[in-house]
Design a protein around this ligand. Structure first.
Ligand code: ZN
Length: 84
């Protein structure tokens, strides 16, 4: 007999899938993830594959796109890298 999958896990997975399908992320959610997303980009990681929702939001939201570009500029400047 196989164990049933925990309903909490299924629910979380379902919600995740729905979010991906809708391509929906609020600006607040996107903002919270932009740091990490920009950091991935700076380290040549495939940020758009790791965090497709953020990329999706950036494409749809000029405000967050502008913020992201500013963030990226700071991260990529020598001053920003040495800033502690
Ligand atoms: Zn936004």
């Amino acid at each position: 007999m196989s164990e049933p999958i925990g309903t909490d896990i299924v629910q979380r997975l379902m919600r995740h899938l729905v979010e991906i399908e809708a391509g929906k992320l609020s600006c607040q959610d996107a903002f919270a993830l932009l740091d990490e997303y920009a950091d991935l980009c700076c380290h040549q990681k495939e940020a758009e594959k790791i965090m497709p929702l953020v990329q999706n939001h950036l494409h749809q939201c000029p405000d967050c796109q502008a913020f992201y570009e500013a963030l990226l500029a700071i991260l990529q400047s020598p001053e920003g890298a040495n800033n502690d």
